[in-house]
Write a protein that binds this ligand. Sequence first.
Ligand SMILES: [Zn+2]
Length: 93
Amino acid sequence: MNDIIIRLIPMPYRIKGLVKEDADGDYNVYIREQDPIEVQRETYLHELEHIRRGHLEGLKEVELCEAEAEAAAKRRAPRSGDPGRVHEPHRIA
Ligand SMILES: [Zn+2]
């Protein structure tokens, strides 16, 4: 319950990561294995913000969730360039 399980898996290039809550109440974070470690770290911080902010409960607009997660992740790990979207909004959960 409330564990965070991280897996590196192959993913299409338009998706850097996603997070899903499973039936045990654990959070499964998937990170694109092809990305450099710096990008994977940013992706992880982004997904972590979705968990911390309760976005997986689905009560908030997905675009707002994306903006919140992205802003918070950037504060934790400022990025040098524009990394593009971490994932499509519907892939949060
Ligand atoms: Zn996101």
